[in-house]
Design a protein around this ligand. Structure first.
Ligand code: GDP
Length: 445
């Protein structure tokens, strides 16, 4: 579904990863090509620009690690940035369907694939989640559309609400709810009328149905082939009706896929599913990780860089522990260590990694030593001068006042930090004597 973009990007990165050292210019040139590739894939301009800026920033700020080339590192940064731009909150495939019967409202323009998607989702809910689903067509303007849903229902063995001539959409929605309750259905899906363009009547009708049905999910179906138009349609539907997610159809087609990349960033709404063909099984949940992998097609490199990063973190942690156990640390070290701790899941996380330290982790937690405190302590240390950090024993009342004020805290907070620094030193020294080699090895496994 992203063939063209994928080809363009792999060209850019193959050139980049073949090189050993990279200059900032190399990265900039590569990213300019990435930007063009995104625009050609019909990604919206602000999204493409933000994307490239973010990657540029991270690529220049990142420490280069020995075991991977800078080009490989850039690939990983791009990969993560792609996931970021695609990802919404929560699990895209999980529809809110507790409290049966749960109404799902399907909205979208005519020809977007709304009816097909309604049937595909009903089938999926039935087969994967064991739900009983009732489908109802509300498209009173087009009797053929109502027939179409009934035919699909018969084909896949899903019940549809019997068609009653002359009923308006709101009445159909009410009847669907009654039928769903009486019939013991878990979910009922309301396939609203679509039009060729968004107009007042379309919105009025959809809003009226929404108000009586009170849907748990309102899914907007848009044609992925229409690129930025799909994004514009989504923005407008969301503003007027409110949607909980987007289904992008025809992602089996031509492969520009820009709508997929812009959708979340522009509308704030996650893509939940993608349609990949006319068959009733041709639907998938939208998984940002997998999609990013597909777009880049460089899974090996991403895995390699991830592994290298893990190794570096473990090495840094080991060095830090060694210093701590020798009781060798001043405020600079402590600050660095606090930051490391934040990264490694806080003090509890670190202590929890060490055999026999579980109880201490609990005590630390009870003492209110959480990540917020870690951040405050880092701020206090930053507020000290270089000399003070190297020799915390010189801290007298006036210095303490200045430091606390600089970090927006009280002197009592600073005193607590100093006390902790001393206690940690003592504790770590004791632990060091207990046989650090063995313990370290275990903890670092
Ligand atoms: P509606 O007017 O929005 O209800 O659209 P339909 O559900 O009737 O779909 C219009 C056409 O698009 C039908 O021929 C569908 O088979 C086709 N269609 C729907 N979803 C997809 C998809 O994901 N991929 C492809 N290739 N065709 C699709």
């Amino acid at each position: 579904m992203f063939e063209n973009l994928s080809e363009r990007l792999s060209g850019v990165f193959e050139r980049l990863t073949r090189q050993g050292a990279l200059s900032e210019d190399d990265v900039r040139t590569a990213l300019r090509e990435v930007r063009v590739a995104l625009l050609e894939a019909d990604v919206s301009l602000p999204v493409a620009r933000d994307f490239v800026n973010r990657v540029q920033e991270q690529a220049t700020g990142q420490a280069v690690t020995k075991s991977v080339t800078p080009g490989q590192q850039v690939v990983k940064i791009v990969h993560d940035a792609l996931i970021d731009v695609l990802k919404g909150e929560g699990d895209p495939g999980k529809l809110k369907i507790d409290n049966p019967p749960a109404p799902i409202l399907m909205v979208g323009l005519q020809g977007s694939g709304k009816t097909t998607t309604t049937a595909k989702l009903a089938k999926r809910l039935t087969e994967r989640d064991g739900k009983r689903v009732l489908m109802a067509s509300l498209d009173t303007n087009r009797p053929a559309a109502m027939e179409q849903l009934a035919i699909l229902g018969t084909q896949i063995g899903i019940d549809t609400l019997p068609i009653v001539k002359g009923e308006d959409p709101v009445a159909i929605a009410r009847r669907a709810r009654t039928q769903a309750s009486l019939g013991g259905y878990d979910v009922y899906m309301l396939d609203t009328a679509g039009r060729l363009h968004i107009d007042e009547e379309l919105i009025r009708q959809a809003a009226a149905v929404r108000d009586v049905a009170n849907p748990r999910e309102t899914l907007l179906v848009v044609d992925g082939l229409t690129g930025q138009d799909a994004v514009n349609v989504a923005t407008e539907f969301d503003a007027k009706i409110g949607v909980t997610g987007v289904v992008l159809t025809r992602m089996d087609g031509d492969g520009r896929g820009g709508a997929a990349l812009s959708m979340r960033a522009v509308t704030g709404k996650p893509i939940r599913f993608v349609g990949l063909g006319e068959k009733m099984d041709a639907i998938e949940t939208f998984e940002p990780e997998r999609i990013a992998g597909r777009i880049l097609g460089m899974g090996d490199i991403v895995a390699l860089v991830e592994k290298a990063q893990e190794t570096i973190e473990a090495e840094q942690a080991e060095k830090m522990m060694k210093r701590m156990m020798k009781g060798q640390f001043n405020m600079n070290d402590l600050s660095m260590q606090l930051e490391q701790m934040l990264k490694m899941g806080g003090m509890q996380g670190m202590l929890g990694m060490m055999p026999g330290m579980g109880k201490m982790a609990k005590q630390v937690e009870d003492a209110g030593f959480d990540d917020r405190v870690l951040r405050q302590q880092i701020a206090l240390i930053r507020s000290m001068t270089k000399r003070e950090r190297a020799n915390p024993q010189i801290l007298q009342a006036s210095r303490k006042k200045r430091i606390a004020a600089g970090a927006g805290m009280e002197v009592s907070d600073l005193n607590r930090l100093l006390k902790m620094h001393r206690q940690m030193g003592d504790m770590m020294k004791k632990m060091g004597k207990m046989g650090k080699g063995k313990m370290l090895k275990q903890a670092m496994k």
